[in-house]
Design a protein around this ligand. Structure first.
Ligand code: DO4
Ligand code: MG
Length: 284
């Protein structure tokens, strides 16, 4: 089941995406926030009856989708794929052993990524810093967690990163990762999928420049070294998230070292089982 946030005239609404082509507007049924659904004991069971109700139907193509977050903090796990560990070790010299160690340590790398209000949605901008020379998108599966730390859904995410700043010194990681338009999520949240199913999904990215593909790559969610429960557990250790949280699970697709994003590039992140998140690159 797919639940989305969208803009209708001056209001933000919650909808169900049905038949891959239509959005059912849930506002006449009194559903005005994502979190009211995500906090339910069984969000899917709560939504099933609405699919049969006579709710306004809007063609998906006419809907302006918004990032599927309201007040949830967005966090990110790193070095969860072997490909990420190798790339990180290659881009830095004295930080290399830190990446090597964190890949196999019990405690994962988890860092704060964005406030909900700063997240770009489908069709929105993703930023490259004007003081960085080597910038990449990171296509990642994102876990959607309720306030109890239960994984209730999944969406696609882009953990935009400045590799030269990250590689220069590990202490610069927050600057490499957290800046204007550095996080995108969408196009919607998938509810009711099990970890076993999700581990079979494929994450693909395509980067287009002037209409031509300049990079494409893919990985499988199943290559994530840690269980989702383990990542969620560490995020919620000694922390409260009264509004729930979103946790990006790390990247397994890293372009060759010669690749950097340009202003005007278009990033298309597709996760089978979710859908496609498209954004355009802008200098910030
Ligand atoms: O430690 C650097 C960040 C790693 C990351 O964001 C990832 O592996 O996805
Ligand atoms: Mg990442």
């Amino acid at each position: 089941m797919k639940i989305c946030r969208f803009q209708q005239n001056d209001s933000i609404r919650i909808g169900l995406v049905v038949e891959n082509s239509t959005v059912l507007d849930l506002s006449p049924a009194g559903i005005t926030s994502l979190s009211s659904i995500l906090e339910e004991q069984d969000p899917t069971a709560r939504l099933v009856p609405f699919a049969q109700e006579k709710l306004p139907r809007i063609p998906l193509a006419d809907v302006q989708l918004l990032a599927p977050v309201e007040q949830q903090e967005v966090w990110a796990a790193g070095v969860t794929y072997l490909r990420s560990k190798t790339a990180r070790m290659e881009e830095s010299d004295f930080s290399a052993s830190a990446y090597d160690k964190v890949y196999s340590a019990d405690r994962p790398e988890i860092f704060f990524k964005s406030l909900a209000a700063k997240v770009s949605g489908p069709g929105g901008p993703v930023g490259i810093r004007k003081d960085a020379k080597w910038n990449v998108p990171e296509p990642e599966l994102a876990l959607v967690l309720n306030s109890k730390g239960v994984i209730v859904g999944y969406t696609a995410g882009n953990d935009m990163s400045s590799r030269d700043i990250e590689g220069e010194n590990l202490l610069y990681l927050p600057q490499a990762k957290i800046y204007k338009h550095s996080c995108a999520l969408g196009p919607w949240i998938i509810l009711g999928a099990s970890e076993t199913e999700v581990r079979d999904w494929t994450i693909r990215i395509r980067i287009k420049r002037d209409g031509q593909d300049v990079f494409s790559g893919e990985t499988s969610v199943g290559r994530i070294k840690r269980s989702f429960a383990d990542l969620a557990h560490y995020l919620f250790r000694s922390q409260d998230f009264p509004q729930g949280a979103v946790l990006l699970t790390g990247t397994g697709v890293v372009p060759d070292d010669s690749f950097t994003l340009h202003a005007g590039d278009v990033t298309e992140i597709n996760i089978s089982g979710i859908g496609t998140l498209e954004n355009s690159v802008t200098v910030v």
